[in-house]
Design a protein around this ligand. Structure first.
Ligand code: GRF
Length: 211
């Protein structure tokens, strides 16, 4: 059993990696604005030029960068470029928020236990794409949202926070996704705060408050 030492994350400077709509990015921006999260978003990086999240960031006065994967020979080179941008901006914690790419070794090694992701199911159920559709098709009565530390195992890292959502008989992918999204927007800023504040350690897979 590997027990890591408790740590707080300094500096409280975030990078948010996005690919699309950016509603989770917005929930982080809003939490910071209303004083619920003591952090700064140093940069937003997208792998897609047309991500609405880039506009949201710029509207909030946050630096927003499109890094085109086609400009790099392979995934590791792309990840190394991201790491350079993060180091140059003194980022302490990386938040994936709808970032539709696998994160590879260069980023995970440079930011060990300092990369978070949000996923729209109660992991370990329904990892990967279309989690809400998977949940509906499986017929579960409860699904939800999970914030976890990112490891090489897809959607498989230690769980920081979860929130459950009841599945209704007449739910569609859209209605279920909408209710899960409400929970995502609550737990992501809260999980970021928990991780930044420190006083936690990993005991095996378990994210635990240190006593
Ligand atoms: C969210 O459902 C998140 O859980 C998943 O991708 C979606 C991103 O939505 N990883 P948004 O771009 O934050 O609005």
């Amino acid at each position: 059993m590997i027990i890591s030492t408790p740590r707080s994350i300094v500096p409280r400077r975030l990078a948010v990696l996005v690919s699309g709509r950016g509603s989770n990015l917005q929930s982080i921006i809003d939490a910071i604005d209303r004083g619920a999260l003591d952090a700064t978003i140093a940069v937003v990086i997208s792998n897609r030029a047309d991500a609405a999240a880039l506009l949201r960031a710029r509207e909030a006065g946050i630096e927003a960068i499109w890094l085109n994967p086609r400009d790099y020979p392979d995934r590791d080179a792309y990840d190394r470029a991201i790491v350079e941008h993060l180091k140059a901006r003194d980022v302490g914690l990386v938040c994936l928020a709808g970032f539709m790419r696998l994160v590879g070794t260069p980023l995970l090694e440079a930011f060990q236990d300092r990369v978070l992701n949000i996923h729209p199911s109660l992991l370990p159920a329904f990892p990967g794409l279309d989690a809400q559709r998977q949940a509906l098709e499986h017929g579960v009565r409860v699904s939800g949202a999970t914030v976890h530390l990112v490891t090489a195992d897809l959607d498989g890292g230690p769980i920081v926070l979860q929130s459950a959502v009841r599945v209704l008989d007449d739910d569609t992918v859209d209605t279920l996704s909408a209710r899960i999204l409400v929970e995502e927007h609550k737990i992501y800023p809260e999980a970021i705060r928990l991780v930044l504040d420190g006083g936690w350690h990993l005991k095996g897979r378990r994210f635990k408050k240190s006593t």
